[in-house]
Design a protein around this ligand. Structure first.
Ligand code: WT7
Length: 655
């Protein structure tokens, strides 16, 4: 976020009351109703969670709600279940059976609809096929697909077998796939020939081939390939003995009879890799019952979900937002979800708004970076479409600056739709703070109040609350059902990363303040994690990628405020002897990052430096580099800087 945006966040005083007609019909229609439920969730969690989980399918109920404390917590002990039964089987005996579960639209405008009965059938058939290929309970299955209904089928089919999926966002490069497959020792990969993005074909299968050609990916035994584009548009090479076509292993006329594998509450459901402040991406592990309950309840109340809603979360399933709010939360609630394959601006900036009109979308959940991009294109685009079906808007991924909030409210919400600003993380599994629609007034830029069971606080390093309107570290004081259970294969990192900064608390990595009404205002990451256009990028990851290039001696990555992307990625590099700085090398290095991680992680700017500013103990002073990147005067303390001339040199390079 730009400084200006942060300042305006600090000064924002506007309030928007929930529209009376919305509140009158809302599941939680007043602040008092929220307060009462919230209190109950803390004082009597057992009663609260048992009631709220009553629609979910538990083969045996839990005997104990929660056990243990940070870092190792177990929820809903004794419960046995399979999440696919809550998302699919339970709807087979109700009218939801014939309701649309997924309404899909391809980038070129073609559509497909799967009812709950069809989604159930597809999932059961595919689960059966996977089982016959050898997928067993506990196996890790990597999924590298685009936004097609089959990605949902693949996830649910893994869940049905008690296999642990790890979805890898389709924008990741081969090396990123290799690293993830290696880290979790995936036995299977599910992919598709290719997908569309802005009119171009993304060759997903070919990228998987590249990843699996490397010895580190030797754990993979089979690759299942869904044919989406076909031979003409996207030819693929099938590796004899390893690769099988989805449509060869699934018999469309088969009997859908694969029983769900019933697992314990704490059985692993999925691993999702995310960037941290150190090292390689970490595999965030979510387990079964707590995650399901968390996403189920927050979808229902957070979006005030009703039976006739057409709900659209624009995230990619490769991110946690897609897992929780395209798949598990909405489907366990029996919602109709729109799934769109392509880019927001294809073929033009009116696409989202035409999708809303065409499918009668009632709830739109998207990210500030997208809202800002639309805002920049002008008000004409949304005006061309009839957006009157919308009744609720959501925002997620980064702080929303009040200007974007107001634009969203006016131009998309027609000033009648509440906006829910939802704060959460890959690690939290589900929304932990929000401006509950119908219950509380919204303040543009504030992420509102804690969700049920959540105790959030803003503290100093020693854990003391800072009090109203003071900045500090955002922490969670109590375990919540959908929290991550560990970092796959590295429990030590799990403890260190989240529980070592503030005694007795989970530290989110975010900075925040709480206002006089108890509303939280998240400012952004205060650790070495960047948020570039809603993508989470670890500076350490970028740096180690750059240093792996033969021309680079040292690298430091920092964020620079950017009006569109929130943060832009700026890297400072010093070169090895013999390498020569210049635009050519800058492009080479940017491409190198694109190839190693993915295009979305390509630096926005590369700056060459003779040396990087360091403390006397040899630590790179990122704080100073941030100032340099932003073109700001350094206000921070430079007394520990080893060599002041380094800083002066960096600045003069700018001129
Ligand atoms: C980080 C988590 C889980 C959603 C997708 C991102 C930032 C997320 C908000 C919000 C302010 C937000 C935080 C958080 N963030 N939502 N509503 N207001 N900041 O998941 O990639 O794990 O990133 O996104 O900085 O720590 P993620």
């Amino acid at each position: 976020m730009s400084n200006e945006a942060i300042t305006s966040l600090m000064k924002e005083t506007r309030r928007f009351e929930p529209p009376a007609e919305f509140a009158a019909r809302a599941r939680i229609g007043s602040r008092e109703a929220y307060d009462a439920l919230y209190r109950e969730s803390l004082d009597d969690p057992d009663t609260f969670w048992r009631r709220e989980a009553k629609d979910l399918v538990l083969r045996t109920p839990w005997t104990k709600t929660v056990e243990g404390d940070f870092p190792h917590v177990k929820w809903f002990l004794g419960a046995t279940l399979n999440v696919s039964e809550s998302c699919l089987d339970r709807h087979m005996s109700t009218p939801t059976r014939n309701k649309a579960a997924i309404v899909w639209e391809g980038e070129h405008g073609e559509t497909r609809t799967l009812t709950y009965a069809q989604l159930y059938r597809e999932t059961v058939l595919f689960a059966d096929a996977l089982a016959k290929l050898g997928v067993e309970k506990g196996d890790r299955v990597a999924i590298y697909m685009g936004m097609v209904p089959e990605v949902v089928v693949a996830m649910l089919a893994c869940a049905r077998l008690g296999a642990v999926h790890t979805v890898i966002f389709g924008g990741f490069a081969a090396d990123a796939i290799r690293d993830r497959v290696q880290d979790c020792q995936a036995k299977f990969v599910i992919t598709q020939d290719g997908g569309y993005r802005r009119g171009h074909v993304l060759e997903l299968k070919a990228t998987v081939d590249k990843a699996l050609a490397q010895p580190q990916a030797a754990s993979v035994q089979k690759v299942v390939v869904f044919c989406h584009l076909g031979r003409e548009k996207c030819p693929v090479t099938m590796h004899e003995g390893r690769d099988v076509w989805w449509h060869h292993v699934v018999d469309p006329n088969g009997h859908a009879r694969r029983e769900a594998t019933i697992v314990d509450a704490e059985h692993p459901l999925f691993i999702l890799y995310t960037s941290g402040s150190t090292g390689k991406p970490k595999g965030v592990l979510h387990t079964t019952a707590g995650y399901l309950v968390g996403t189920h309840v927050t979808t229902k109340y957070g979006f005030d979900l009703r039976d006739d809603d057409v709900y659209w979360c624009t995230a990619d399933v490769g991110w946690v937002t897609g897992h929780s709010y395209i798949v598990y939360g909405p489907l366990s609630n029996g919602a109709t979800c729109l799934l769109y394959e392509g880019a927001p601006n294809f073929p033009d900036w009116g696409r989202f708004w035409r999708l809303i009109e065409k499918h009668g979308v009632t709830i739109l959940y998207t990210a500030p970076t997208a809202i800002r991009a639309f805002m920049r294109q002008g008000d004409e685009w949304p005006k061309k479409s009839d957006l009157s079906s919308l009744r609720l808007l959501g925002s997620v991924g980064e702080p929303i600056n009040p200007e974007a909030w107001i634009w969203y409210h006016k131009n998309i919400g027609g000033e009648r739709c509440p906006i829910v600003d939802t704060w959460w993380q890959t690690e939290t599994g589900s929304i932990l703070m929000t401006t509950l629609p119908g219950a509380a007034s919204s303040k543009p830029g504030s992420t509102g109040l804690p969700m049920f069971g959540v105790v959030a606080d803003v503290v100093t390093k020693d854990g003391a609350s800072v009090g109203a309107n003071r900045g500090g570290m955002l922490v969670l004081r109590r375990p919540w059902p959908s929290m991550l259970r560990t970092v796959w294969g590295d429990d030590e990192r799990f403890r260190k990363q989240y529980f070592s900064d503030v005694e007795g608390c989970y530290f989110t990595g975010d900075g925040a303040r709480r206002d006089e009404d108890g509303y939280f205002w998240v400012v952004g990451r205060i650790d070495d994690v960047l948020n570039v256009a809603g993508h989470r990028i670890g500076t350490a990851e970028i740096e180690s990628t750059l240093v792996s290039h033969p021309s680079v001696a040292e690298a430091a990555a920092v964020g620079r405020p950017d009006d569109l992307k929130g943060q832009a990625l700026v890297v400072f590099v010093s070169l090895r002897p013999g390498a020569s700085a210049g635009p050519e090398l800058a492009t080479t290095l940017a491409n190198h990052v694109g190839q190693e991680i993915g295009k979305f992680a390509r630096p926005d700017q590369i700056r060459f430096a003779d040396a990087l500013p360091k403390t006397r103990s040899g630590k790179i002073m990122r704080r100073l580099l941030k100032d340099v990147a932003a073109g700001r005067e350094t206000t921070g303390d430079t007394s520990t800087l080893e060599d002041l001339s380094v800083l002066a040199k960096l600045r003069s390079d700018e001129e």
